[in-house]
Ligand binder design. Structure first.
Ligand code: ADP
Length: 402
């Protein structure tokens, strides 16, 4: 039997097919630019002999229903799945679970409506995720489907951590509070770190740093998240590719008054034109590191600011946790940028954090690299994240209880 994981975005569909019992991945696909004149369709799969092969096409894909039909065609063409009866379950990534979902959830009557009610909190993501769920239910009505939420892992954050110091009525009436995102990744890498350290998660204080185009930090005590840097939306916290992260909210009133910028323009600026891109014009950390290495001042500044913000969060979460046992770097930047790891931990010796430059520049053995120096009190790990595998694992756990 197999588990299919679907991640439906506004104009894309990502999917992965896993085989039980070990959840071995046998196909990974991406359909992009859904709704455009031509969409790109890409599948990488393991053939019957176990060798990797790929299929690439350009063809019109009008909407998600057609994307799912094309996904089925591709899986059949590749020989990785012949019919939906092979599926033990389908796991869906859902961005916002609000306060309604603390754990993955079997999609039964009422769940779709509950996810719909959360659309105001995630107007771009939840509708796309819901489309994926609806279309998958039409195509495979007899297969159990599970929603796995980006926010669920952070629902353990206590009241004093998730509330903003705003009039309390805003929380009561509009649910304005910190939710946090990247929860599937933070939960997964924390578990992997505990396994690697051969210490139960229950006995560890972990700071997890998920650094991709979006970036967030999480403080994890005994496996429970107690704080995270993203807030009501993914805009708060660390500096990101194109998002500002933390700033003085009064900047918005100032800009509205001084420049006449509208709410939509401010939203676009903070989410799409800020962060690394706002400082140096580039949002890709590879390009920025290269430019900084060649002496480009703005790129160097963007890199320094990015790492300085990270360092402040490491300090803050060390305090929130009452001491940290392990820092985990993950995501495209966390996994690949030795420079970012070194700069963000530099000068933290008094917190017991010291990186060994040689280990930091080494290659991981498998999916984990340990980079602290011999005298560091805190373990510093680079852990490859795998959100799809975690969604497959959680989907399996839910359907095993049926
Ligand atoms: P997403 O959040 O879209 O899933 P990823 O986790 O793939 O993104 O991370 C993308 C980021 O990782 C980009 O900024 C990219 O430049 C960065 N990255 C990938 N490889 C490297 C590398 N070798 N060195 C520095 N940054 C890297």
């Amino acid at each position: 039997m197999k588990i299919l994981v679907l991640n439906a975005g506004s104009s894309s569909l990502k999917f992965q097919l896993f085989v039980l019992p070990d959840l071995t991945v046998i196909a990974t696909g991406l359909i992009e630019q859904i709704g455009a004149e031509y969409s790109s369709v890409h599948l990488v799969f393991s053939n019957a002999a176990g060798a990797e092969q790929s299929i690439q096409k350009r063809r019109p894909v009008a909407e998600h229903g057609q994307a799912i039909a094309i996904m089925s065609e591709l899986l059949t063409e590749s020989g990785t799945m012949t019919n939906v009866q092979e599926l033990a379950g389908i796991g869906h990534r859902v961005v916002h679970g609000g306060e309604s979902f603390h754990a993955p959830c079997l999609i039964v009557d009422g769940v779709i409506e509950a996810i719909e009610e959360l659309i105001p909190l995630a107007p771009l993501h939840n509708p796309a995720n819901l489309t994926g769920i609806r279309v998958a239910l039409e195509h495979a009505p007899a297969v159990p489907q599970v929603a796995v939420f980006d926010t669920a892992f952070h629902q353990s954050i206590p009241e004093h951590g998730y509330l903003y110091a705003l009039p309390y009525a805003l929380y009561e009436h509009h649910k304005v509070r910190r939710y946090g995102f990247h929860g599937t990744s933070h939960g997964y890498v924390a578990q992997r770190a505990a396994e690697h350290l051969e210490t139960p998660l229950a006995g560890l204080n972990i700071i997890s740093l998920h650094l991709g185009n979006g970036a967030s930090a999480a403080a994890i005590q005994g496996g429970q998240c107690i704080d995270t840097s993203m807030g009501l939306t993914p805009l708060e916290g660390l500096i990101m590719g194109t998002r500002s992260g933390d700033l003085d909210p009064a900047i918005l009133f100032f800009l509205a008054r001084e420049t006449g910028m509208t709410v939509d323009e401010l939203d676009e600026m903070l989410n799409k034109q800020s962060g690394l891109k706002g400082i140096c014009g580039e949002n890709d950390m590879r390009t920025i590191t290269e430019l900084a290495g060649r002496g480009d001042h703005q790129a160097g500044l963007a890199l320094t600011m990015f790492c300085y913000r990270l360092k402040k969060y490491i300090g803050a979460y060390s305090a929130a946790l009452g001491g940290v046992d392990c820092i985990v770097f993950t995501g495209g930047i966390g996994e690949n940028s030795a420079r970012v790891r070194m700069l963000s931990c530099q000068g933290l010796d008094r917190l017991g954090i010291r990186i060994d430059p040689r280990k930091n520049n080494g290659s991981p053995q498998g999916t984990i690299l340990e980079i602290q120096s011999a005298d560091s009190l805190v373990k510093v790990l680079v852990v490859q994240t795998d959100e799809e595998l975690e969604i497959a694992t959680q989907t399996l756990q839910v359907i095993q209880q049926l």
